[in-house]
Design a protein. Structure first.
Length: 520
C-alpha cells in the first residue's frame, strides 16, 4: 500500500511498490511509493531524514520537494507546516536525537490509519498491516451503530475496529502523542476573498496548469458538470490527457461521458460492468478499505486492471471531484453547517476509496490546492446557495459539451439552477414508472440513470438477489446476531424485493457490514 508506515522495529513491512525503510530508535519508518513519477519522496542530510507521501504544490519543483520541506523546517520547526500547500503525509526524523514528527495535510485526503495502544504506535495507509499486528481487536460498537442509523455519513476519525482510528485533518504525531496543528494558522497564510467568477476561473486554470505540467493524465469522466468542467479546462490548456468511464452499458454515465469525450475529440476508455462485477472483489475491497457505508466501488479493481495495457504507467488520475466538493451545492444546500458538509463529503467517502486507485496509479486532485480551497470556502453562502456560483463557473468554461444534457431524462445545462429541483421530477417519474412496472409484472425493467442500477438488480433474478437472500434470510447473519433483529432485516428485504418500499441504501450498508464481519 502506497504511503507512510511507522511501526515497532521488531517487525517488518514489505510493499508491492518501491520502498525505503530506516530505523529510528525503537521504531521503523517505511515509505512505499510509485517510483515512476518525477518527484522527490525522500531526502537525507547529516542530521535529518524526510519521508514524503504526496505532492507539495508550492515547492519550486517536485523533484526537490522533500528538500524544500527540510529548508522550511530548519528555519522554523514549529511554523513550517503552515507554509506547506499540498496533499501529503510527511515524517521528519532527527537522526541525532532519534525523534520524529508526523504531519498530514488539512484534508487528510491521502488516507492513513493508526493504532496507539500501550505506547506502541502503528501508522500506515495499509489497514490490513495494522490489523494483522494487533494483539486484540474489538468491534467499534458505537461507530457501527452510528453507521447503521445515519443515512450516509459516519465519524471521520473512526473505523469499525475499536483499536484502529482514521487519520484526521491536520494530524500531528510527536513523541507518540497524537494531536492537531492549527487549521486557523494555515488559513491565515492562504486565505483571501474573491467573488468574481472570471478571476476565480483564471486562478483555477493557473493552479491546474502548474500542478499538471508535463504529466500524463487520466480524467475519470462521468459526464456530469464537474468532470466535463475539468475536461474542457484540460483541453484548453493543451494538457496531455485521456478519459475513462466504467458502468453498465445502458447507463447515463457511460453514454453521456462518451458523448462529452467525442465532442471534445478526446480519447475515451470504457469498462462495461454487469451486476455480478460488483460482487467479485467485494470482500477484498471491504478488507482493505473498511469504513464506508457502501461497497459499490469494489468494481474499481476490474476497471483499473482494464486500463493497465491502455494507459501509460506514469499516468496520474484526476477524479473531477473537487469542484463538486466545494461548489456543487448538493450538500452545501442542505440545512446543515457549511463546514460540516465539506468535511463529510471529503472524509466519509472519497478519501478511502481513492486508496484503491493509488494502488494502480498515483492520483492527484488538481483543485485540492490550499489557495483554491480557502478562496472557495470564503464565498458567501448566498452566492453558493442554489448552485449559483457553481453554475456561473461551469457556464463560463463548458463550451463544446454544454448542449449535452446532464442525464438522458432530465435537463440540459442551459436551464437556470433555480429550475433544477422542479426538473428533477421528470427523473423521479421515470423511476416511479420502473418501480410500478416491477410491482405489476414482477420483472425488473432496467433504466439508465446511474452506472449501477442496484434497485433493480437486487429485485431481479440475478446473482445479487440470491446473494442477499443467502446472506440475510436463508442464513443467520452476524449483523442479526449482534446489532439488528432478524425479523426487521427480513421484513426490510421483503419490502424492498416486492417493490413495496425502497430500502436500497440500507441494504447495501448492511451487506457492507456483513462482509466486514466475515473478513475480520
Amino acid at each position: 500500500m502506497i504511503g507512510i508506515h511507522i511501526y515497532p522495529s521488531s517487525i517488518s513491512y514489505t510493499s508491492n511498490h518501491s520502498d525505503i525503510t530506516r530505523e529510528l530508535g525503537d521504531s521503523k519508518i517505511t515509505l512505499s511509493y510509485h517510483n515512476q513519477y518525477d518527484k522527490q519522496v525522500f531526502f537525507e542530510s547529516d542530521k535529518y531524514l524526510i519521508f514524503l507521501d504526496g505532492w507539495i504544490f508550492n515547492s519550486p519543483s517536485y523533484t526537490n520537494q522533500a528538500e524544500f520541506i527540510l529548508e522550511k523546517y530548519v528555519k522554523d520547526s514549529v511554523n513550517f507546516i503552515y507554509e506547506l500547500n499540498g496533499q501529503f503525509n510527511l515524517v521528519i526524523c532527527n537522526k541525532v536525537e532519534l525523534k520524529y514528527n508526523y504531519y498530514n495535510d488539512i484534508f487528510s485526503i491521502r488516507k492513513h490509519f493508526f493504532s496507539f495502544e500501550n505506547s506502541i504506535l502503528f501508522l500506515s495507509s495499509d489497514l490490513t498491516f495494522i490489523t494483522n499486528h494487533l494483539n486484540k481487536k474489538n468491534l467499534n460498537v458505537d461507530h457501527i451503530k452510528k453507521n447503521i442509523n445515519l443515512p450516509r455519513f459516519i465519524d471521520i476519525k473512526e473505523t469499525f475496529i475499536n483499536e484502529i482510528k482514521q487519520g484526521f485533518p491536520c494530524m500531528k504525531i510527536t513523541e507518540n502523542t497524537i494531536s492537531s496543528y492549527s487549521f486557523e494558522k494555515v488559513k491565515h497564510n492562504f486565505s483571501y476573498e474573491e467573488k468574481n467568477p472570471i478571476f476565480f476561473l483564471d486562478k483555477i486554470k493557473n493552479t491546474i496548469s502548474r500542478t499538471y505540467k508535463n504529466e500524463d493524465l487520466l480524467l475519470l469522466l462521468t459526464g456530469g458538470l464537474d468532470s466535463r468542467f475539468l475536461l474542457e479546462i484540460f483541453k484548453e490548456l493543451n494538457l496531455n490527457f485521456q478519459t475513462a468511464t466504467y458502468g453498465n452499458k445502458i447507463s447515463d454515465e457511460v453514454q453521456i461521458a462518451s458523448k462529452v469525450a467525442e465532442v471534445n475529440d478526446i480519447k475515451h476508455f470504457i469498462c462495461h460492468l454487469d451486476a455480478e462485477d460488483f460482487l467479485v472483489d467485494a470482500k477484498k475491497y471491504i478488507k482493505n478499505f473498511s469504513g464506508l457505508d457502501i461497497f459499490v466501488q469494489s468494481s474499481i479493481y476490474k476497471f483499473l486492471s482494464s486500463l493497465k495495457l491502455k494507459v501509460n504507467k506514469n499516468t496520474i488520475i484526476d477524479t473531477g471531484f473537487a469542484l463538486d466538493m466545494f461548489l456543487g451545492g448538493s450538500q452545501l444546500n442542505k440545512e446543515i453547517n457549511h463546514d460540516l458538509a465539506i468535511e463529510n463529503r471529503v472524509f466519509s467517502a472519497l478519501s478511502i476509496r481513492q486508496s484503491a486507485i493509488r494502488e494502480f496509479y498515483e492520483d492527484r486532485y488538481s483543485m485540492y490546492n490550499y489557495d483554491i480551497y480557502f478562496m472557495m470556502r470564503n464565498l458567501p453562502k448566498d452566492l453558493i446557495k442554489d448552485n449559483k456560483f457553481y453554475y456561473k463557473l461551469c457556464k463560463l468554461q463548458i463550451k463544446k459539451s454544454f448542449h449535452i444534457p446532464l442525464q438522458s431524462t432530465m435537463f440540459g445545462l442551459s436551464l437556470e439552477p433555480k429550475f433544477w429541483k422542479s426538473s428533477e421530477s421528470i427523473q423521479f417519474e421515470k423511476e416511479k414508472f420502473v418501480l410500478e412496472y416491477f410491482q405489476k409484472n414482477n420483472k425488473a425493467l432496467y433504466h439508465n440513470r446511474y452506472y449501477s442500477d442496484f434497485g433493480m438488480w437486487i429485485r431481479d433474478e440475478t446473482a445479487w438477489k440470491n446473494f442477499i437472500l443467502d446472506m440475510f434470510v436463508k442464513n443467520k447473519s452476524n449483523l442479526s446476531k449482534m446489532f439488528l433483529d432478524q425479523k426487521l432485516i427480513e421484513n426490510t428485504i421483503n419490502q424492498h424485493m416486492s417493490g413495496e418500499e425502497n430500502h436500497i441504501r440500507k441494504i447495501i450498508k448492511w451487506v457492507s457490514l456483513e462482509l466486514f464481519f466475515q473478513v475480520n
